[in-house]
Design a protein around this ligand. Sequence first.
Ligand SMILES: [Fe+2]
Length: 182
Amino acid sequence: MAIVRIPEQGQTLKSKESVTEYLAGINIEYQTWIPSHPTSADAPAEEILRAYKREIDELKARGGYVTADVINVTRNTPNLDAMLAKFSREHLHDEDEVRFILAGHGVFHIHPVGKPVVAIEVESGDLIRVPRGTWHWFDLCADRQIRAIRLFQDASGWTPVYTDSGEETKYEPVCLGMSYLQ
Ligand SMILES: [Fe+2]
């Protein structure tokens, strides 16, 4: 279950209703997919994609996504810091960023135009859809792991376009759910 913080307002949202409603208000779709599928988070990618086929197909039909894959990042991933640095600066994409979290923890910061920055801490079972053109950035939590299903409209177009605003330097990538590790 995701945790949403709005640092400028000193507000933290933890219930599914309040998280879903607040995020919808800034055009971020949030869902939880019940992990009732007979598969484990470390199963091979093909098995994961088969297990979540119904949900993936439904999203594809609604969002025009053509492909799905499974990304796996751990503290042992080669060049991890260089990879993370690409996404921890404020950027946007020409297509939606859609992630269903299978394992690990991360925090998306969303910077809606004219509204306060929102931090969304995600974990297993959370689906987040960040529409194309949305200013955002992403950090891992202390476990330095994330495994997620990604959906693409056109995988070749999925590159960060940096805003160079420096907005991300004003916010700590705090992960409340992971504080026991620190
Ligand atoms: Fe991104």
